[in-house]
Design a binder for this molecule. Structure first.
Ligand SMILES: Nc1ncnc2c1ncn2[C@@H]1O[C@H](COP(=O)(O)OP(=O)(O)OP(=O)(O)O)[C@@H](O)[C@H]1O
Length: 334
């Protein structure tokens, strides 16, 4: 298999950086849907593997959401094997419908299946890592959607290059490459991507975001996706720092309540993060807490006019009395 085309070299470079950071004997697994991005990832991983003391394989998740999903998974796995990846596993994901919609439920089930399978496959290796095929275009779409929602820095930071899930590291070595590069790399490796029909279904927000980004690029210039990705990187650095500072600024739990002055002296960017941590510590489910909830809590500090207790997810009650903030279970009699 050649490394002749510049797009192949670009994909390999990102993968190489991941493999170089692994202990000898590790297992690196591409998460492959059979789409353009993850097939290019599979090609790059197979091409880079032999130069490193690592085993390079793949996992294909079958969500079972389309009648021909088993055939699609098989074709993806076959192509992974053809380029030289081994072992290659096909796993079924159990997609249970949730309030967040089908796409979110499928994603949740996919990450759980990938983490479980990678952990099991990696048992005999000193380390295991899963590689995801997200590109710059995916990142730009995510940032655009965050802007459309009026999100803060953490959300506008988009996808991180590394996340750890159930103890398994997931990396995104193609995150700064445009989709055109993965398309060219697939063609150069002779890989035939599967076209997900959901990618053309305008019922999905992500599909409309892709179209919106293309339209904006046509008007504002072809560098837009790159610029949005750059903003995401800058904001991730900021958000990481603020999260770190907030972690250190969280006051110790006090049965008598937290002094209002301890909280008001914090800068707003820290205070909102400290509120979040306090609420989660008290039992609020992190995913159910909105910016609106945090803003309401903050008004107990900065817009205090004797308002009554707030009722928040997780059966929490937050109130201010005697110069202190009290956070506890609504049923706990606080
Ligand atoms: N069914 C699947 N099995 C294994 N990995 C998957 C699957 N679906 C997605 N992934 C992983 O998650 C990444 C992002 O997937 P997503 O569907 O969000 O983007 P995409 O641009 O459609 O990716 P691709 O072109 O590779 O399908 C993929 O590149 C791949 O690494």
């Amino acid at each position: 298999m050649g490394a002749g085309h510049p797009a192949q070299a670009d994909c390999r470079r990102g993968v190489r950086a991941v493999l170089e950071g692994l202990p000898p004997g590790s297992l690196a697994l591409a998460a492959v849907s059979g789409g353009t991005d993850s097939l290019a990832l599979a090609g790059a991983l197979a091409a880079e593997g032999p130069a490193h003391d690592v085993t390079v394989g793949a996992i294909v998740v079958d969500h079972g959401l389309q009648p021909d999903s088993a055939d699609t998974a098989l074709l993806a796995a076959q192509q992974c094997g053809d380029v030289g990846l081994a072992p290659v596993a096909i796993v079924q994901a159990v997609v249970t419908s949730s309030g967040g919609g089908l796409e979110a439920a499928a994603r949740e089930a996919r990450y759980a299946a990938l983490a479980d399978t990678a952990a099991a496959m990696g048992e005999e290796h000193p380390a295991v890592v899963v590689l995801l095929g997200h590109t710059r275009d995916d990142q730009a779409e995510q940032v655009l959607l965050g802007l459309a929602r009026g999100s803060g820095a953490r959300s506008l930071a988009g996808m991180a290059p590394l996340v750890v899930r159930e103890g398994v590291p997931f990396v995104r070595p193609l995150l700064h490459l445009p989709r055109t590069t993965t398309e060219q790399a697939c063609a150069a490796w002779g890989l035939v991507p599967w076209e997900d029909p959901m990618n053309a279904d305008r019922a999905f927000t992500r599909v409309r975001a892709r179209e919106a980004l293309a339209a904006l690029e046509a008007d504002l210039g072809p560098g837009l996706a790159e610029a949005l990705t750059r903003s995401a990187d800058l904001l991730r650095d900021d958000a990481d720092l603020l999260d770190d500072l907030a972690g250190r600024a969280v006051p110790d739990d006090d049965p008598a309540g937290l002094p209002v002055t301890d909280l008001t002296e914090l800068a707003p960017a820290l205070r909102s993060r400290v509120w979040r941590r306090l609420l989660v510590r008290a039992g609020a489910p992190a995913g159910a807490l909105t910016a609106q909830h945090v803003a309401e809590c903050d008004r107990l500090l900065v817009d205090w006019h004797g308002q009554g207790p707030l009722h928040l997810p997780g059966d929490l009650r937050v109130r201010r009395a005697d110069g202190r903030v009290h956070i506890g279970r609504a049923t706990g009699g606080q």
